[in-house]
Write a new protein. Sequence first.
Length: 268
Amino acid sequence: MTRWYPPPSRPIRVADGIKARSTRGAIAKTWWSRRFIEVLEGFGLGNRLQRGRSYARQGQVLAMEVSAGQVTAEVQGSRAKPYRVRIGTTAYGKADWTQIEQLLVENAWYTAALLSGEMPEDIEDVFTSAGLALFPASPRDLSLDCSCPDSAVPCKHLAAVFYLLAESFDEDPFAILAWRGRERDVLLANLQAARANVTAADHAQASWRPLEDCLESFFTVQSAVQLPAPPVTSSTLLLDQLPETGLAIRGHPIAELLRPVYGALEAS
């Protein structure tokens, strides 16, 4: 006897959903979004993630919002009412972010890269040094919820949101940090202020020393003094500056008669 199975459900197509920019192959493009997908696949979610790729590319995700500690979305499935999706993770508090920002400021490269809108490739090491993780470290670091009746975790609706989340990281790497609890504007403002304080402190330390520590060299010439060379002027410049005297010899102004003499003195 052949057992009957109901035909697979098909999602209700939508016209204005969020479509993945990638139409084939891997969705993640930058190192940080690829790293995010690799982490999820490392949890054994790889095969389940594939179920949501077509949903992401068809535009079945109606809305998605990334905030501190969670991603919320609406995904249109086979039922008339869209499913509610939530992906939660730990959002770090003020003390943790103060420690992370201090570590970032200690290396000018990190600060320069972030201020220019780039994500340093070894930024994970900074989080590790603080005893934290940039990306989820284990499945326990993720809280997954979907209002659909599918018992698989992640379901195709969650998987579709994961793919679009990775693409949002491609577009804005600071979305990863926002998910961990620090908005871009706040982070950059804190880094700029902290870097300015470090620079000012370094300058003050380099410029000021107690007088008793430098008495032996206080009156010593520290370097050769370069004196400016006098300007080179023409020997006839004085004649050019003489006022009109009216003096002449045989009809020739006296200044013109003296000019050859001054020229000869300059050449000698």
